[in-house]
Design a protein around this ligand. Structure first.
Ligand SMILES: [Fe+2]
Length: 136
């Protein structure tokens, strides 16, 4: 699966756009692994390293967004919903990291990647976009 940033995901908030782009960069590293696996190279260890990096950066990014929302007096109810989405996503990533999948690496990594890209793009376009008017 090819992962590519698209400018339609831009929110017009420089630091947040930069962080979202970096999430895509990490996702595309995961995508790069599927090429090796296609050539029967074992990528389990590399995958775990990238997944760990992804989880750490995601937590950093969500924390940043939540701080910025708070600092700009973002609507409390919307904040709670937003924060809940963040929490669920991190939980899901941690679950991927716990899964033992030495078998079917190609399929498993592709499934994870599909979930990842789907979630990020929907989250940016449907949830993050709501704070655009409040944060500049
Ligand atoms: Fe968010």
């Amino acid at each position: 699966m090819v992962v590519k940033w698209n400018d339609k995901y831009m929110l017009g908030i420089d630091e947040i756009d930069k962080q979202h782009k970096h999430l895509f960069e990490i996702a595309s590293e995961v995508g790069g692994l599927t090429k090796d696996i296609g050539n029967s190279i074992d990528c389990y260890d590399e995958y775990m390293v990238i997944l760990k990096e992804l989880i750490e950066y995601t937590i950093y990014h969500f924390d940043y967004e939540e701080k910025v929302m708070k600092a700009n007096n973002y609507n409390e109810d919307d904040f709670i919903v937003h924060q809940f989405e963040h929490k669920m996503f991190v939980k899901k990533l941690e679950k991927f990291a716990e899964e033992d999948f030495d078998e079917n690496q190609y399929e498993n990594i592709n499934n994870m990647l599909e979930f990842l890209v789907n979630w990020i793009t929907h989250h940016i376009l449907e949830t993050d976009i709501k704070y655009c008017g409040v944060i500049k």
